[in-house]
Design a protein around this ligand. Structure first.
Ligand SMILES: *[C@@H]1O[C@H](CO)[C@@H](O)[C@H](O)[C@H]1NC(C)=O
Ligand SMILES: *[C@@H]1O[C@H](CO)[C@@H](O)[C@H](O)[C@H]1NC(C)=O
Ligand SMILES: *[C@@H]1O[C@H](CO)[C@@H](O)[C@H](O)[C@H]1NC(C)=O
Length: 335
């Protein structure tokens, strides 16, 4: 009897703080996606369920269309207002960014005055150091042609104001034009003009989890997910984060965070945003469960297909988080 009571006491004692203190998380989706699309709602729900934390997908404007065509300064402003307006977040929250959604998430983290604190930032395939190709085209003749045209004008005021991805494209051999014309990434990375507040906010994260996909096909180079990039003025070799100026000169505090052991560089098997459930449980969920991060995160609660076998992660269920439908015709039409 006494031992039962004691066990109950311990269960309550152990679970109580986790349940009551679990802070919410918000999701920022990628380009061409929206909070109402199945991949995004499912992933938000599963992460909520697995972590026992409330999750919210924050929509910018009308979703897919605005993710393509609304400049990031505006996207961030909207996200900032929404985050400040949500009383659920007032005690602090975590951010999960998918692909381009990481640009919005980091914008909120760094630029949003008077916002509640961000504790953990989990980045799934974010173009943090830039993107060196036009991300939305395939191999067709039209595509190649349009890509070439866009590349010529990517840093023009017109494209900067009308094509969101232009705001984080960084062509390593066209850095003068980038410096002159790119309206968002240089500011986000404290690249030319430095603002100590952005660095202070970025460095205040408890954990920064940077997830890279080994078969990445959208981000060029894939190492941008880890803040790695091409060297200034050349296409090779791809520099690991630690060898970039952003890191070495600590523009935004990445080095500070890393030296404090708060950056997790994670690589997983899969193409862009094709993340196995097991990998989400292993690399995302522990950071959504507030309190201590367990040394060896074990997630017992699960739904859907779950491989508890000893097979490697490629055997797990792969969830397609983002959709990259072919919006080329729309793009051509708008330009
Ligand atoms: C803030 O929340 C209120 C009510 O919850 C809503 O009426 C208002 O439109 C919201 N503002 C923004 C900017 O989302
Ligand atoms: C830096 O950013 C903060 C916060 O947005 C702003 O208040 C401040 O004016 C900026 N400082 C400079 C020098 O631009
Ligand atoms: C991740 O990186 C490590 C070391 O860099 C490597 O051994 C491993 O194979 C990589 N895993 C994947 C899934 O790419």
């Amino acid at each position: 009897m006494a031992s039962v009571t004691l066990t109950r006491f311990f269960i309550v004692f152990i679970l109580f703080p986790i349940i009551t203190h679990s802070i919410p998380f918000v999701v920022f989706h990628g380009v061409a996606d929206s909070c109402t699309k199945k991949g995004v709602t499912q992933v938000t729900d599963f992460l909520s369920e697995w972590s026992n934390a409330q999750g919210y997908c924050i929509e910018i404007g009308n979703g897919a269309w605005d993710s393509w065509f609304m400049p990031f300064e505006d996207q961030v402003e909207i996200a900032c207002e929404k985050v400040k307006n949500m009383s659920e977040l007032s005690q602090g929250y975590n951010i999960v960014g998918f692909s381009q959604g990481n640009m919005v998430g980091r914008g909120v983290l760094e630029f949003c005055d008077g916002a509640p604190p961000v504790k953990n930032f989990i980045s799934v395939a974010g173009p943090h150091a830039g993107e060196a190709s036009i991300p939305f085209c395939g191999k067709g003749v039209m595509c190649v042609l349009v890509d070439a045209l866009i590349k010529l004008a990517i840093y023009s005021d017109y494209l900067q104001e009308h094509l969101a991805p232009a705001n984080y494209i960084k062509i390593p051999t066209d850095l003068d034009a980038y410096r002159e014309g790119c309206k968002f990434l240089p500011k986000l990375n404290n690249e030319f003009e430095k603002n100590a507040t952005y660095k202070e906010r970025f460095s205040s994260l408890q954990n920064l989890v940077l997830i890279m996909f080994d078969k990445e096909s959208v981000l060029v180079p894939k190492e941008t997910s880890w803040f790695g990039y091409f060297p200034d003025g050349a296409w090779d070799p791809i520099l690991p984060a630690q060898e970039t100026r952003l890191y070495k000169e600590d523009w935004i505090g990445l080095r500070t965070l890393d030296e404090a052991g708060r950056v997790k560089f994670v690589n997983v098997t899969g193409g862009h945003l094709d993340m196995a459930d097991d990998d989400m449980k292993k690399y995302i969920v522990p950071y959504l469960v507030d309190e201590e991060i367990p040394e060896n995160p074990t997630v017992t609660k699960s739904s859907g297909k779950d491989s508890s076998s000893s097979d490697d992660s490629t055997m797990g269920y792969i969830r397609k988080v983002g959709g990259h439908q072919d919006l080329l015709l729309n793009v051509v039409h708008r330009l």
